[in-house]
Write a protein that binds this ligand. Structure first.
Ligand code: 2AM
Ligand code: CA
Length: 265
């Protein structure tokens, strides 16, 4: 295993244990609002600090981009951290959230860890080395048609201006598939596509820390990830369409007619 992946795994596990231990006090947590419907707690901050300390100890020169503390350092290697993806779920006691850590080298994710501390599920990947859930190798599903598929999505809770086009894309996808899930953690949605638990996924308006680790997991599990223009500008655009080769293309074809120019940029 690459030493950087090893550090990422250890950091994700210790952040996970902070998250689970703090569950007992979740009703008493002080919640601040970062933006519209966007919440942050001391648990996010503590877990993030734990991860940053672990990285800095091993790699003091590497750059870090973290959801709660922003960017620090300047290096071609950058660790992209979401200490608690699914904070809204966490605050409600809805048991679905994770830690996400990606190591990016010159803008490309090379190592990825997504850790679900409640189920003790560790999703990991290194570029060219495949994706794993704990010790098991992962593969995206083999479905060829949208009929019968289970697809995940996210709602544009932060961007009400995208709600109308989003709902049009929802309509278009929903009418062709078995069902759609909105579970509230983008990183776990991506990990679940990699694990073959979901056949595909699309969402508007993600941040780099939501998607950096998950995209490598999907790719290493044999899946395809694009932005809404069918390209690979998703880090800047924040919009994702994901699935195996056939399903990804069919979701993209289904949503494209409903997208505004802004969403395709
Ligand atoms: P976060 O918990 O790290 O903020 C999915 O839509 C993504 O948006 C999640 O990965 C989640 O990441 C973020 N998010 C922030 N606020 C949200 C909200 N009110 N409802 C759902 N997702 C939210
Ligand atoms: Ca997130």
């Amino acid at each position: 295993m690459h030493p950087m992946l090893n550090i990422a795994i250890r950091a994700a596990r210790s952040a996970g244990s902070i998250i689970v231990r703090s569950l007992q006090h979740v009703e008493h947590l002080e919640v601040t609002t970062k933006g519209r419907n966007d919440f942050v707690t001391d648990v996010d901050r503590l877990a993030e600090q734990e991860i940053i300390n672990a990285i800095k100890k091993a790699y003091p020169d590497h750059a870090i981009l973290a959801e709660e503390s922003g960017k620090q350092g300047d290096n071609e290697i950058m660790w992209v951290i979401d200490p608690l993806d699914g904070t809204t779920n966490y605050l409600h006691g809805f048991p679905h959230y994770c830690v996400s850590i990606a190591v990016m080298v010159r803008g490309k994710t090379e190592h990825a860890v997504i850790y679900d501390p409640l189920r003790d599920e560790l999703f990991s990947a290194s570029r060219g080395g495949g994706a794993k859930l704990n010790d098991r190798r992962l593969r995206v599903t083999k479905k060829k048609e949208l009929a019968g598929t289970l697809i995940a999505t996210g709602f544009p809770f932060k961007y009400p201006q995208h709600l109308t086009p989003y709902l049009a894309t929802f309509n278009a996808v929903f009418l062709q598939v078995a069902d759609v899930r909105r579970a509230g953690s983008a990183a776990l949605d991506l990990a679940y596509v990699a694990a073959g638990r979901l056949d595909g996924y699309w969402e508007i308006g993600l941040e780099k820390w939501d998607l950096a680790a998950g995209i490598l997991l999907v790719e290493e599990a044999g899946g395809v990830v694009t932005d809404f223009a069918g390209g690979d500008n998703y880090f800047n655009q924040g919009n994702l369409v994901v699935g195996n080769l056939a399903i990804q293309q069919q979701i993209l074809d289904s949503i494209t007619p409903h997208l505004t120019e802004e969403l395709k940029k």
